[in-house]
Design a binder for this molecule. Structure first.
Ligand SMILES: Nc1ncnc2c1ncn2[C@@H]1O[C@H](COP(=O)(O)OP(=O)(O)OP(=O)(O)O)[C@@H](O)[C@H]1O
Length: 406
């Protein structure tokens, strides 16, 4: 005898309401994608990934939701996120899988983040998390366990699969077929900066359905589909800070206080600190020093456990070295190239001349054998070792790497 469930899995996307113009466009594009229409969607439990899954379902794709369990406890990337993601899958009538990635997250992200802060850097963990914790493991798991070869996420970025050779004005020799990464159309939400470390093999399999949507349209579409996460507030830029209440609280959990000196750049002793990990280059607030003019952190010395501060005029530089580079949209340049560089997620791109230099042994071992010097056209405030420097030409993300220490 066959037992038939009373409530078979059904999608509850309302049929009556028509999509916004932006939503219509996305649906049309998704329907027109060549190849197999089966896909794993990375679901965080937030509105962006919920809508990503919903639009794919609406466009007729065979969708399975996958949520990585990254940290124990409550929070948008933890228990709360898992529950919301499960609710969305229930609502869309699709399967939901939870992968326990807490160990991978601890090893790849938390340990290297803590080590980086102890070395006086300000690491930027999100790009690394995307490469080592999210995209590669989800793809691998989905292919092995579900036979799915594609992945979609709610990132605001676009991919252009080049069929024909293209011209990039500043690097004319680089005219080959590649999977290019482009900024998301919504300038305020563009997340391409965090995706610079994705390989060509990964980009070939990725779809970003929200790359051409404005965030406001995402909310409208989520309401149209009556997604239970439609009104969910935005998550903070850094999930670890959100999870622990602040970055300081997170670091205090892992690093014991170690008092040291705060010196002016001329060597004058100005005060004491309780750990170099609480400082970042350019920082002005929270130094705990009374001085005749505002002071900024210009150097963090892990060997002497000292923090060096100076007036703003001394906190700018016109060059830096970037290692561990991943070239995304062009072949690695072999000669000087002018690029636009973004030194932080929210910073404005600035022009620089990029000169390739000899890679470090560790970068060769990590399969990122490209390194460069950047000479900026004007001085830049607070160039921060450990942060990602991402290179663009207009909307095209050319590549990116990690700013090295002095
Ligand atoms: N724990 C997770 N498991 C699976 N996929 C995830 C997870 N966290 C994030 N993602 C994927 O990465 C995308 C970008 O994540 P990010 O943390 O930047 O959140 P976001 O822009 O606020 O998106 P969302 O609204 O979906 O949370 C998400 O839209 C989702 O597709």
């Amino acid at each position: 005898m066959t037992i038939t469930p009373k409530n078979k899995r059904t999608s509850s996307i309302p049929k009556s309401q028509t999509a916004t113009i932006g939503g219509e466009e996305v649906l049309k594009k998704l329907k027109g994608v060549e190849g197999d229409h089966s896909i794993a969607v990375g679901l965080s439990g937030g509105v962006d990934s919920s809508l990503t899954a919903a639009l794919l379902v609406e466009a007729g794709w065979n969708v399975e939701g996958i949520t990585l369990w990254l940290m124990s406890g409550k929070g948008s990337c933890c228990t709360d996120g898992l529950v919301d993601a499960a609710g969305i899958c229930e609502q869309l009538g699709i399967p939901h899988h939870v992968i326990d990635a807490r160990e991978t997250f601890q090893r790849e992200i938390i340990e290297s983040l803590v080590k980086g802060y102890q070395e006086g850097m300000t690491p930027s963990p999100c790009s690394k998390c995307n490469r080592f914790v999210k995209f590669s493991p989800i793809l691998e798991w989905a292919e092995q366990n579900l036979g799915l070869k594609r992945i979609a996420t709610g990132h605001y970025a676009r991919i252009k699969h080049l069929q024909e050779p293209i011209k990039i004005s500043s690097a004319k020799e680089n005219q080959i077929r590649r999977h290019q990464l482009l900024r998301g159309l919504d300038q305020n939400k563009d997340q391409s900066y965090f995706l610079y470390d994705l390989s060509q093999e990964i980009l070939e399999k990725v779809i970003f359905p929200l790359g051409e949507l404005k965030k406001a349209d995402t909310r409208k579409e989520a309401s149209r589909i009556e997604l239970r996460t439609a009104e969910k507030p935005e998550s903070q830029d850094l999930c670890l800070a959100e999870h622990h209440g602040s970055m300081k609280a997170f670091l205090d959990e892992y690093i014991s206080p170690r008092n040291g000196e705060i010196l002016l750049s001329n060597g004058q002793l100005l005060g004491q600190h309780d750990g170099i990990e609480h400082f970042t280059i350019g920082q002005r607030k929270g130094l705990g020093i009374a001085w005749k003019e505002p002071l900024h952190v210009i150097e963090i010395q892990s060997s002497t456990n000292r923090v060096i501060v100076a007036p703003r005029s001394e906190a700018s530089r016109d060059n830096c070295t970037v290692g561990s580079i991943n070239w995304v949209s062009i072949e690695p340049p072999s000669k000087k190239t002018i690029v636009e560089v973004q030194l932080r997620y929210r910073s404005k791109p600035v022009l620089a001349t990029l000169t390739p230099i000899k890679p470090l042994k560790k970068d060769i071992e990590n399969d990122r054998p490209y390194r460069c010097n950047l000479q900026f056209q004007s001085e830049q405030f607070s160039i921060t070792p450990g942060q990602a420097a991402v290179f663009y030409e207009g909307e095209i993300l050319l590549g990116g790497g990690i700013i090295e220490g002095n």
